[in-house]
Structure formats: C-alpha cells, structure tokens
Design a protein around this ligand. Structure first.
Ligand code: FUB
Ligand code: ZN
Length: 671
C-alpha cells in the first residue's frame, strides 16, 4: 500500500479512537501485490487480462452506450440507452479490475483513462449521493425495473443497491491501487446516503441482488466507519422478513428463494436461488461474522457450504445448475447438457471459499477454491482474453436437441456481467496463494512466484519453483535475514489424497492412498498434518528448501449414486484439472464415445496445443448410427481429453466432461 494511502486511512479512522475493531478473520491473506508471479499458467493470463481483456471491456462499455448513460445522467437528458438497470456496474467492475491490474503493471495511460471515467461517473451522481443512471437520466420515466420512486423496487429488480455495491468494491480497489480519493469520495457519498435510508428505524428492504453488503464491508475496512458494517449486517438480517411470499409455493420467485429471502439467513441451511446472489450473500455473511464475532451467522454459512459441497456442485466446480432463474437446483440436480453454471457464480464462490478459509483455516475450502479457479471459472474466458462464456455447460451435443447452452464464446453479452467479473478476478489470483496466522505461514495455491512475507518485524521471501498444474514436483525456497522461526503449512490438495471433493458427491476410482513425500534441504522428513496441511516447523534461514511431490496420475472420477444423471459415467482429472473430450481431438464428435474402464490413460504435455496443455490419451470405443437410423456399429479409436478450461477455443462442436464406460450407458444422438 502506498504511504499516502496509509496516512489517509489513519486520518479517516482517527476520529474513531477507542472504537477500534477487535474482531476479524483469524487467517489473513497475503495481498496479491506481495506475490510476484513468474509462472507460465497464471501470469500470461493476468497479462492478457491487462493488455486485452480490460481495454476490450472499456471499449465495449463505450460502444454499447454504458458510458453514454452516465453522460446523459449528468445532463439529465436523453434516454437510458442500454438494456439493464445494472449496466453501470460493467464500468465499475472494469475499473476495479483495471485498478488491481495497475498495481501489477503500472500504466499511466490506463490510470488517466480511469480518471476520465471517474469524472464522468462523478457528474452523474445526484447531490445527495444517489447514483443510478437508469433513473437519473429521466426520473419521470425511469427504467422499467426501477420503479417510480427510488428504492421501491429494490427488493425485486431495480438493482439500485447492486450498483452501489459494485461502485464500493471498485472504489476500494482504485483507492488502494492509486491512493486517489476521486472514486472513493463518490462511493462514500453514496454509502452515506444508503446508510441514511436503510436501517432498523428506517426503510426495511433485503437487497434484491446482494453485493452491497460486501462493498459496505470494504468501505468499513477503509474508513473504520461502523455504520457501514452495521448496514451490511442489517441487510443480511433483513432477509426472510418479507411477508408477501407464499412459503408453500414451489416457484422460487413466489416463495422468495430466488433472492435467498425465503427464510432468515440464520435459518438457511441450503444453497438456493440465484447462484450469483447466493455467493455474494454467503461471502458477506462470512465478512460480517468475522468482523462481529457472530457465531450464529458463521453456523449458517457452515451448513450452506456443506450442502453445496455434498449435493449441489459440479465436478469442475461450477454451480447454479438451472437456467430458469440462473439458480441452484434441488439436491443432486446437476444436469450436464443444460448445466447453467454462470461464470459469475463461479467467481462468487471463489470469494466465498476464500472467506471460509479465512474463518476456519482448513484446506478443504482452498481445495474447492482451486477446483473452481482452474476449471469452472477459467472456462469462462477464452485463451484470447476477449471471448467469454456466460454459461458453462458440461456437455455439448451435435444437434443441440436437448441443449440450449452456449457452445461458442462471445465477446460481450447484452447482460455482460461475466466478462467484467473476469476482469476483476484474474489480477487478484496471487492474493489467494498465501495466508498468515500468528507464526503459521499457509501456502494455499501453487504457482511459480516470489512472495514477500512478514512475521512481526521480520521480513522474508518464499520462492516457488515448479511447473504446476502440469507437474507435481514442487519446490519452495526460503530467503531470510537471519533465522526466523515459523511453521510452514503446505496445503496437501484433497485430490493428492485421493479425494475428488470434500464429500461423497464425487470420488476417484483409484482409492489407493500414496504418501506425499516432503524433503527439507534434500532430506525426507516425517511431518504432522492438520486440517489438510503438512506442518513444517523450524527456524528458517536463507537457502532452506522444501520439496513436495504431488502425484499426477490420471484419475477416473465417479459420482454418488444419488446423482442419477451420471450413473455409468466417468470423468477424468489430473492434478487440479478436470478434463473433457472435445470434438477437435476426437474425429469430430464426443457424444458417441465410450471410455471403457480399466484401459490405460497417459498424459502428455503438448506445448503447441491451446497455449501449452497436458492432454490425456487413450483408446475409446466410438459408436456410429447408420444412415437408415436403424443400425449402429462401433469401433476403437484414439481418445484425447483436454483441460476443461481450454475447450471452445477452436470453433464450435461437441464436448463431454462425463463419458460412459459401457455402450449401454451411451445416449446416442444421430447426425
Ligand atoms: O442481475 C445482475 C447480474 O445479471 C446477475 O448477477 C447475473 O446472473 C445476471 O442476471
Ligand atoms: Zn455473470
């Protein structure tokens, strides 16, 4: 953090003497700015995000009229010219991503452009802080979802508070990256308005689309202003109070579950409703639980997390199975061809799982975070950095008879929440790698990098040298001034302990446990494990080296019997990566493939394919239907699977994550 930012923080919090915050997450992440990536997997993606995704996103905000909306709001004339009242957030989210990116790649031109946008945003803000172009342009005729007066449709669809939440998140990131107050001042003015309108003795509304709660917490952290935290908690506790729903109605819009408003949060035990709203709610609940020590809130999200991981998550970490309502389905309702899996839902679950780790210090949350990051989330952005998936199917079949999911990426969407969410997530990935508690240093994610860490007054670095996720030979080099005692807690990924996920929802065919070997300075050590971490406690000094060997065998993954859709089907995993078969590598089709059990599968790194991937190879049986539509034949053919995140970068065609092991489990679709 820049020095002037620190001075400002002191100035902001100075008036709160005696009211300093006592409680917070026990496990503190090391900021993304302290970890310099040198790897071949994340760094190129974060660079492309900076050089391609962010400029493309700003350009699209401009071309589609999103910026014009702010200009018209400032002039109070014209007609809101995009589709959704939350289109303002695409600008906020891109500013947030660009701000994170500026911390990694200083760029005066980009910084100047952001300043020019902030000037436009500032002019669109009403004198009392209200900022919502869909109304301000012409309050007499606001957007159809906005309602005739401010806030009256907030519980449903206006997204006024959603817009505010993304503004706060962007402002916090921009202030931390640049030390400038221009966006923060806009956000604080808006937050002060929100806090003056909503509260126990004021207006009661559960926000229609959560994120304002997370945003308020960020502003609280920056300013120390308790009202922001109190309002965030108020919004969380408002859920379940609305009397207009019919609890007996199965329709989630009528019983309130779509908005997670069917029950008070303290009574919620299941992940339900719109999946992005849910992920942001659960993240905010974690924040507020951490900052207030409210164990009832903590227990609620603990239960919801168990429901997610035991019954509602796809094998690649995607969530939100049902298209109608972009929402969670029933327990074990995880269809493949119609899997909705919005990219934003995956992103929201990364936020949530990081917070669960910060609350509990258990590796199982990072195991899930890693799964989402490398698979269900990363598939949302193409290798070019400017083509995206909004939904992330697990199967694409040729005639799409049963399938209306996206088989091709798009540069932008009318509702373009996902691309701009990717913009802000990617630069922050190094921030998920390390955490600290007392004298424990947690190594959560693996990527070649140098991290600058601090324990008390002592600083040191840990350098990761390896080629993860392709290779499991990991090396960590320590550099200190003098000797520093601490416990290095190395995450042993669940998948390396033969655990496909931290539940019985999916399991590996090969249940044979292999010991994970760890050496310190070349000598094998015995070590204790706790909560998924290997503990290495010693006085560390420059030159100390830790090696950990993770098994990189190809794993066959199977599903719980209750997941009916997947009975008889297998999927493949190697390291943290879920694999899929794509048409381009399998003679043009995948819906006709059978992958017999017990057949050898091998891994091979191909530098020229999809910017360098390890593929899985073997033999499959392919089934052909006769032209007469009455006969079938089968033959052996070579089989190749690619990492799921890399599919749909070579044109449109079939893709399957799950494949039958016998012909009787194949649903044949003829050309
Ligand atoms: O409602 C705002 C955003 O648009 C949601 O998070 C997405 O699911 C999309 O509906
Ligand atoms: Zn989205």
């Amino acid at each position: 953090m820049k020095k002037n930012v620190f001075v400002f923080l002191l100035a902001l919090t100075g008036n709160l003497a005696g009211n300093t915050q006592q409680t917070d997450y026990p496990f503190t992440p090391v900021p993304f700015t302290s970890v310099k990536l040198t790897d071949q997997f994340w760094l190129p993606r974060i660079q492309i995000n900076h050089s391609v995704t962010i400029p493309a996103s700003f350009e699209r905000c401009d071309k589609t009229g999103r910026i014009k909306n702010f200009i018209m709001a400032a002039e109070k004339s014209g007609k809101f010219c995009t589709t959704y009242p939350f289109d303002d957030t695409d600008i906020y989210k891109t500013i947030e991503g660009a701000s994170f990116s500026l911390s990694l790649f200083p760029d005066k031109k980009l910084e100047g452009y952001i300043d020019s946008l902030i000037t436009i945003v500032a002019r669109a803000q009403e004198p009392d802080g209200y900022l919502y172009t869909a109304r301000t342009i012409n309050p007499a005729s606001p957007h159809g979802w906005a309602g005739p007066e401010r806030w009256v449709k907030e519980r449903e669809l206006s997204h006024e508070l959603y817009n505010s939440g993304h503004l706060y998140e962007a402002a916090a990131a921009h202030f931390q990256a640049t030390g400038k107050r221009n966006l923060l001042d806009i956000a604080l003015k808006n937050a002060d308005l929100v806090c003056s309108v909503f509260g126990p003795d004021k207006r009661h509304t559960a926000p229609g689309h959560q994120v304002v709660e997370m945003g308020l917490v960020k502003l609280y952290r920056l300013t120390g202003k308790k009202e922001y935290l109190n309002t965030a908690k108020f919004f969380i506790l408002e859920r379940g109070n609305y009397k207009g729903y019919d609890p007996k109605n199965k329709d989630p819009w009528r019983n309130g579950a779509y908005w997670q408003d069917h029950l008070p949060v303290l009574q919620q035990k299941e992940a339900v409703g719109h999946a992005v709203r849910a992920g942001y709610l659960y993240s905010a609940v974690a924040d507020v639980a951490a900052l207030t020590g409210d164990t009832a809130l903590l227990n609620a999200i603990d239960s919801i997390w168990v429901n997610l991981v035991t019954k509602k998550i796809y094998v690649q970490g995607g969530a939100g199975a049902v298209g109608a309502g972009e929402r969670y389905g029933e327990n074990y309702e995880l269809p493949n061809a119609t899997a909705y899996n919005e990219t934003c839902a995956a992103i929201s679950n990364v936020y949530w799982n990081q917070r669960m780790f910060q609350l509990h210090g258990e590796a199982k949350y990072i195991d899930l975070l890693e799964k989402i990051l490398y698979n269900g989330l990363l598939s949302g952005v193409g290798l070019d950095g400017k083509s995206f998936f909004y939904t992330n199917a697990l199967q694409i079949r040729h005639n799409f008879r049963h399938n209306d999911m996206e088989a091709e990426r798009s540069g932008w969407f009318e509702c373009s929440c996902c691309p701009t969410n990717v913009c802000r997530l990617l630069p922050s990935v190094p921030g998920y790698m390390y955490a600290i508690r007392d004298r424990d240093v947690y190594v959560n994610l693996f990527a070649a990098s140098t991290a600058s860490l601090q324990l008390g007054k002592q600083t040191f670095t840990i350098e990761q040298q390896h080629d993860y996720p392709w290779n499991g030979q990991l090396r960590f080099m320590v550099k200190t001034k003098g000797k520093i005692p601490f416990t290095l807690r190395l995450r042993i990924p669940g998948w390396a302990r033969q655990e496909a996920i931290a539940s019985d929802l999916y399991y590996f065919g090969d249940k044979k446990q292999t010991d994970i070997r760890i050496k310190v300075n070349g000598i094998p050590v015995t070590y204790q494990t706790e909560k998924g971490y290997a503990l290495l406690n010693r006085e560390w000094k420059t030159g100390d080296q830790v090696e950990m060997e993770l098994p990189m065998e190809v794993q066959r993954v199977y599903s719980n019997d209750k997941l009916k859709e997947n009975q008889g089907l297998v999927s493949l995993q190697r390291g943290p990566l879920t694999y899929c078969a794509e048409w381009a590598d399998n003679e043009g089709r995948t819906s006709n493939l059978v992958l017999p059990a017990g057949k050898r599968l091998t891994a091979e790194f191909i530098p020229s394919l999809l910017r360098g991937v390890t593929v899985i190879k073997g033999e499959a049986i392919s089934v052909q239907t006769g032209k007469d539509g009455l006969s079938v034949s089968s033959r052996q053919q070579p089989f190749t699977a690619i990492p799921y995140y890399a599919w749909a970068n070579r044109g449109k065609g079939e893709m399957s994550v799950w494949l039958p092991e016998t012909i009787k489990d194949l649903s044949i679709i003829a050309y």
